[in-house]
Ligand binder design. Structure first.
Ligand code: PEP
Ligand code: MN
Length: 347
């Protein structure tokens, strides 16, 4: 729908927009109001090139799309009935819990093995652990490929699938060759379209999942869903959206918790939402409340950093990781709330 700046377009302007949409197999249908006339684009209006050209006309105020720009991730797309399975859970049917350390310590693998066993015992379905780490400080520990073996060994020992962050082509290949079940796109890379494309290509036709974190630089939710669309467009729609806190607006939490966007995402996309309360608040004491808030907002799962001995951890673990007993409590309460919500939520 074309909304012009003036109340009516001149015949020359109508001729110009008719010619542009005609190149893309569309027509223009004026909708004449008492004061203002708007112009419907009849046909498939999703061609970005067409929209781009129309938006560039100085007499056009804006284009309102009737059709969704998300061909695959939209709630009304053909994929709307697609269900993602991970860790024995069909998302949407049971609360999914991903848990493990922020970073895997390559020198002390037992911390990860013990954390993995404890996470399983607490009820987690998927193990997480950072092999390669995106660190703000270039001198901070950047991860170590040796940790990939530790991650996969923990997977064998527990029988749980694993999730780890990939930041470049070589990571994608190594992780997939090792058998990683879920590739994480971190908050710093969720707007890295070449990485999203590379992941999409690498996992096309595989049952690998992607845990796509929300970038702190993302504004409108369409940016988040478009990032998921990039991956799905290459042939794998197993994309899980992960709000993880956005730029902090107050002193206290590490980030501004954004679990409240869950219902808004669910209005637009069929993609499941797994909230990361750990990075959202950045301090272990606040994680349980944020986790439960996420479930109250309708999250399909949680991704929680946990460590058997947080003070011996690396990266976020000393501050952020919850101990296995706290993890177990969060999982118990989150599951109860999830069931309560499913059975008694106000519609
Ligand atoms: C992480 O999961 O440890 C991490 C670095 O996450 P984020 O990209 O959300 O900061
Ligand atoms: Mn972390």
């Amino acid at each position: 729908m074309i909304l012009p700046k003036s109340n009516r377009l001149s015949s020359e302007q109508i001729a110009e927009i008719t010619a542009i949409v005609g190149e893309f197999g569309c027509k223009i249908q004026p909708i004449v109001g008492a004061v203002r006339t708007i112009y419907a684009i009849v046909g498939d209006e999703r061609d970005e090139l067409m929209i781009n050209r129309l938006e560039g006309l100085d007499y056009v105020d804006r284009i309102d799309r009737i059709q969704s720009p998300f061909k695959l991730m939209d709630k009304r797309s053909d994929l709307a009935s697609h269900r993602i399975k991970l860790g024995g859970v069909t998302l949407g049917e049971e609360l999914l819990v991903i848990a493990g350390t922020c970073t895997i310590d390559p020198k002390n693998p037992n911390y990860f093995y013990e954390t993995a066993a404890a996470a399983k015992e607490a009820g987690a379905h998927v193990l997480r652990g950072g092999v390669w780490k995106p660190r703000t400080n270039p001198y901070a520990f950047q991860g170590d490929v040796k940790s990939l073996d530790i991650l996969m060994e923990a997977s064998r020992r527990t029988g749980l699938p694993v999730d780890t962050e990939v930041m470049e082509d070589s990571h994608i290949k190594l992780a997939l060759d090792a058998g990683v079940h879920s590739l994480q796109v971190g908050a710093r890379n969720a707007l890295n379209y070449s990485l999203l494309r590379a992941i999409g290509r690498a996992i096309a036709e595989r049952d690998t999942c992607v845990l796509l974190k929300r970038s702190i630089h993302m504004g409108p939710l369409a940016e988040f869903i478009s990032a998921a669309e990039y991956i799905a467009a290459f042939g794998n729609p197993n994309v899980i959206l992960c709000p993880r806190g956005t730029t902090p607006t107050l002193d206290g939490y590490r980030n501004h918790p954004d679990e409240s966007i869950t219902p808004l995402l669910k209005e637009k996309t069929w993609a499941p939402v797994v909230v990361d309360p750990s990075h959202s608040v950045g301090k272990a004491t606040y994680v349980p409340a944020c986790a439960l808030a996420a479930v109250a907002y309708g999250a399909d799962g949680l991704c929680i950093e946990s460590h058997v001995s947080p003070s011996h951890g690396i990266g976020d673990d000393p501050k952020q990781a919850v101990t296995p007993d706290v993890l177990a409590l969060i999982i118990t309460q989150a599951k109860q709330l999830w069931t309560l919500r499913r059975t008694t939520a106000v519609k």
